[in-house]
Design a binder for this molecule. Structure first.
Ligand SMILES: Nc1ncnc2c1ncn2[C@@H]1O[C@H](COP(=O)(O)OP(=O)(O)O)[C@@H](O)[C@H]1O
Ligand SMILES: [Mg+2]
Length: 203
């Protein structure tokens, strides 16, 4: 099973993706954690180009190409081999982020994103958690990290608000695959909500 976590910066994706992997591994399941952009050696190199530096460094079109290059390598080297071994793959961000960031919010390029995805990637997640949160709360969480990987966070609060709306729109268009979870709850509560949905889908 291929599971993805989506949502705005600081919503709790990484926290919950790692928690789910720990829980499944503790149950004796074969399960890997991975992330985008990145998740393979080549894709991690491309990640640096995308998440560091000036917010105006790339156009939305160039970003789409870089994300697809990274995603293709990630799919070939990490995701597909793990799925073929029978492992569950839990991925922190995937194509829904590209759909929302480059397809809706940075530019009106949703068709291009879906076209590229169909040609180059062709693999959708089986189950997607969208963690929903007020961007003002998320921004104080996210920016507190000082990771240096804040190119998208640096696009500002209004950008994050539009991302939130974009993820909600996407969830409405994909009700079978996407499950929205209230990210303002405690980590434990969010984790329980994730597990409940996982169990209802996986069994
Ligand atoms: N439910 C929560 N309540 C409070 N703080 C949280 C919660 N979930 C995550 N955090 C904290 O908020 C910050 C951002 O979480 P993170 O999982 O890195 O978000 P994302 O990966 O979506 O950017 C981290 O410091 C994390 O420890
Ligand atoms: Mg994260």
């Amino acid at each position: 099973m291929f599971i993805t976590f989506e949502g705005i910066d600081g919503s709790g994706k990484s926290t919950q993706a790692k928690a789910l992997v720990s829980t499944l591994q503790a149950q004796g399941k074969s399960c890997i954690w991975t992330r985008e952009p990145g998740g393979s050696e080549g894709a991690e190199t491309i990640r640096k180009l995308l998440v560091e530096g000036d917010p105006n460094r790339w156009s939305a079109e160039t970003e789409i190409l870089l994300f697809n290059a990274a995603r293709r390598d990630h799919l070939e080297k990490t995701i597909q081999p793990a799925l073929l071994r029978g492992a569950t793959v839990v991925c922190d961000r995937y194509v829904d982020s590209t759909r929302v960031y480059q397809g809706i919010v940075r530019a009106d390029l949703r068709e291009l994103v879906d076209l590229m995805h169909g040609i180059i990637i062709g693999r959708e997640a089986d189950l997607t958690f969208i963690i929903d949160i007020d961007p003002e709360v998320a921004l104080t969480r996210g920016l507190a990290r000082n990771s240096g990987e804040d190119r998208f966070e640096d696009m500002g609060l209004d950008f994050q608000k539009r991302l939130r709306a974009g993820f909600m729109e996407l969830a409405k268009q994909n009700t079978k695959r996407c499950h929205v979870i209230d990210g303002s709850q405690t980590m434990e509560e969010v984790g329980r909500a994730v597990l409940t949905i996982y169990e209802s889908v996986a069994t």
